[in-house]
Design a protein around this ligand. Structure first.
Ligand code: SF4
Ligand code: SF4
Ligand code: FES
Length: 344
């Protein structure tokens, strides 16, 4: 006889007037290799027909079955139940996070779609007939396509939004899928609006507001790796000269601080990130005072003195060499992209 397993499922029915609650379903899985979705279907088809959720393809293609499984975003048709059982033989299933719940495991994706639409997710040409081959195709070099290959695998399932800490903190953040879609267009050689796209994506809520938590990389069922697509966007933004924003200053300030001592001096980073004295006074100072009052950090008068505040780490020369090498590699990469001859 097969093992019995328990699915603890978060239920919510807006018509009942009750708060959301968890319900346990204990059953023998349909087969030893069943997916999480097979098990949820088993519940619906054999135990409780009122359980509500989205699914369609059962092949990790349509993107409709994203849920939160044991606290993380997951495409449930793409994972087997035995990989998620805890020591009590239980799996916890909830609707995806960061979205309003409509019923049981169904959430309202409106803001997700708004964000995707807001990055203008279509190739833009100035001239519709430009550079097309005789058969009407607008061809792309395979090496150029390689730059957008990963982002193009996105199935818009929303598993990444479920766990995104930046989106949770601020709904203005475009979020991982919309930014991955944006990278797919920014690096598309057929698109003629790269500069405008990068300008818009450098604004508040765009590429620089990601907190690098890696949750989207972990949740994504496809090889999109959204965080790495955001890093691609930042690289493109630097190449196009978008340096005058807090995110870009933050990235450069980070390297400059590490170059001083090998330590990240967190007190200096916000100061290097702001663009003006006005911003320092209006935003940074009040935030610093609030953080100090809540014991988030202890103000240290030494930070008012310009210069290095930490002793160098023992292998500082190695750190400097890595930074220098990375800079040289980047210069070579940029020269190559701009068609300059390799003198090396
Ligand atoms: S790495 Fe950035 S985009 Fe991805 S989940 Fe974290 S904050 Fe969101
Ligand atoms: S980036 Fe990944 S997790 Fe996010 S919507 Fe696309 S396929 Fe789903
Ligand atoms: S049912 Fe289509 S992706 Fe899971």
């Amino acid at each position: 006889m097969s093992e019995m397993i328990t699915f603890r499922i978060r239920r919510f029915n807006p018509e009942s007037g009750e708060e959301a609650y968890y319900e346990d379903f204990t059953f023998e899985p349909p087969n030893p290799e069943a997916t999480l979705l097979d098990c949820i279907n088993h519940i619906k088809w054999h135990i409780d027909g009122t359980l509500t959720y989205r699914m369609s393809c059962r092949s990790a293609i349509c993107g409709s079955c994203a849920m939160r499984v044991n606290g993380g975003g997951q495409l449930v048709c793409n994972a087997q139940f035995h990989d998620f059982l805890d020591e009590n033989g239980m799996v916890t299933i909830e609707p995806v996070g960061n979205m309003p719940v409509v019923k049981d495991l169904v959430t309202d994706f409106s803001d997700f779609w708004n964000k995707v639409h807001s990055v203008n997710p279509y190739v833009q040409y100035a001239d519709e007939s430009a550079e097309r081959s005789n058969d009407g195709e607008h061809r792309m070099d395979p090496s150029d396509f390689a730059k957008i290959d990963e982002a193009s695998t996105c199935i818009l399932c929303g598993a990444c939004y479920s766990e995104c800490v930046s989106y949770e903190a601020d709904r203005n953040f475009l979020g991982p899928a919309a930014l991955a879609k944006a990278q797919r267009l920014v690096n598309d050689t057929r698109d003629e609006t790269k500069h405008e796209r990068l300008e818009a994506l450098s604004e508040y809520g765009g590429m620089w507001d990601c907190a690098h938590c890696f949750a989207c990389v972990q949740a994504c069922p496809k090889p999109v790796n959204p965080l790495y697509r955001i890093i691609d966007l930042r690289r493109e933004a630097h190449k196009e000269g978008f340096h005058d924003n807090n995110g870009s200053r933050h990235a450069r300030g980070f390297v400059e601080i590490i170059e001083e001592s090998g330590w990240l001096d967190e007190a200096k980073l916000p100061v290097k990130s702001v663009g003006s004295v006005g911003e320092w006074v209006a935003d940074l100072l009040p935030m610093g005072v609030r953080m100090g009052l809540k014991n988030k950090y202890r103000p240290n008068p030494i930070h008012l003195i310009p210069g290095r505040h930490h002793p160098e780490i023992p292998k500082m020369e190695e750190v400097k060499t890595i930074i220098q090498k990375t800079r040289l590699d980047k210069e070579d990469e940029t020269a190559e992209a701009e068609g300059e001859p390799d003198n090396g």
